[in-house]
Ligand binder design. Sequence first.
Ligand code: ATP
Length: 366
Amino acid sequence: MATVRLENLRKEFDAGDIVAVDDISLTVEDGEFLAVVGPSGCGKSTTLRMIAGLERATDGRVYIGDEDVTDLSARKRDVAMVFQNYALYPHKTVFENMEFGLRMSTDLDGAERREKVEWAAEMMDIPELLDDNPDELSGGQKQRVALGRAIVREPDVFLFDEPLSNLDAKLRVEMRTEIQRLQDELDITAVYVTHDQEEAMTMGDRMAILKDGVLQQVGPPKEVYRHPDNAFVGGFVGSPSMNFIDATTNHVEDGITLTDPNGPFRARLTSPLAETLTPEGDYTVGIRPEDVFIDRGEFEATVEVVEPVGSDNYVHLDVADSFLARVTADVEPAVGDTVPVRFDESALRVFDAEGEAVVAPERVVA
Ligand code: ATP
């Protein structure tokens, strides 16, 4: 296994009209599972394809272990890639599909290749499928074959490009667990691209969030969830999404308040960090729905919609354009009710007015 290091990686298309990847630097540690996530078109696949050698970088370097592989072809890189569409040869059997890479890239003899394929088939729980053709298989089975084909070569690095997107929800969850088990057993260094933030949260040792080709934040999922560096990350990671309120600071006798001039939101800051905020400054305040309580509080809001989702109720309030409290199912206000609103002090994130950077990390409130 090996580290993967990206140094100021850049990719332009159409003579520079499109910047798909913009100056990305990061290191995937040996044996680490890095989930790369972001909305459609943010440059995830292009980044992965540059690591694989399927796309040539416009600028910057790619290292696998200590080796600079930037100018090496895909064949010469010790990586295996698993795609969304499985990319199996339709006229080869499962065995032949899994064996093909070994045939091309090693000088193992037939018996040795068979042994490896059988080992990988066992790992993927598909030994009984080895003589089948891909068109006889379900989507989940095809993806097991594709994974088996990747592990059979025991490469340094595994690259996954949305491998579970074609599967139904139940199978997706099952295969997530399967891939995590594989990673655990084989101690894989893996880069896993997905647009699904929940998949990234549950699978990644760390997650990297991209937007418009630019790396926004890299960190363990919990850390990113609790401490997003900007409002985009706060809004993208987590479901239901983080609430955002435009607010202005006012100095009061015993501290600072953040108030929304256009709505009922009011938060009194008691931490010394509040002092870092500019008086009469404009900010974007972020708060997770589960950190909003409607039992008592400093201001009142009107209930607009109540969405029961089983264990919880999502209570939409007229605090900002879109603002919801995630409360337990036994808290059931009626539409039109006026409820008091309260936050955990430590749960507030205060960003600059544009939401581009967090300004008060360990925030506060009444
Ligand atoms: P998705 O989740 O939709 O696959 P993505 O995050 O993987 O998106 P990329 O496929 O890496 O994004 O694309 C990033 C940007 O580069 C997009 O604007 C895309 O249209 C553009 N792009 C990608 N490949 C090419 C290409 N071969 N020629 C021109 N533009 C391209």
